[in-house]
Design a protein around this ligand. Sequence first.
Ligand code: ZN
Length: 229
Amino acid sequence: MPRSAVLLSGGLDSAVSLAHALRESEVALCLTFNYGQHAAQKEIEAAANLTAYYHLPHQVVELPFLGEITGTALVKNEASLPEPELALLDDPVAATASAVQVWVPNRNGLFINIAAAFAEACGAGLVVCGFNREEAATFPDNGADFVRAANSALSYSTLNDVKVVSYTQLLSKADIIKLGLRHHVPFQYIWSCYRGGEKMCGRCESCLRFKRAAQEADLDLEQIAFQEV
Ligand SMILES: [Zn+2]
């Protein structure tokens, strides 16, 4: 069985990807990145709870420079976080406008390369990423083309030919929840909100996509901590 390093933000996609990776590989390490995002502490807590649940090593990688150089609403002015209308989630113009607000320079490129360094160092040949079909429509660093290109570069930059895999990249958020239900993912630990409050805000794009998908996939939201809105 191959060894893997899993990118674990503690959100829906990465939590389900981890559960799937445990069936496809020996998970050597889970990595969470702190670049000063509003949700950083909640994400680290979620990832820590998930890795404790699965008895896996967990490392938080501090990237303060990334938060310093970006103007993204994920790090800077929290009030500027887009709160799109549910009906416009699949509208390409609205989705792109929202994506620009939360873009962080070369974030996934950095995350994959850092994870690949950890993977190579611990003899793992796989980096597992939790991409999804919905966000691949607006974020160029979420789709199959990006994974292929990253793998091409990694074949030169790692001696053990580390490969990026995303088990969820062709799935909608609802399909990801259904996969998570099959794998008995402990959904109560997930933090899928761009904000860092006591409960998930229920209004940011990430929360809206999660809630819409939960409804479609019949996930009981009682166990998920959303604010009353
Ligand atoms: Zn939210």
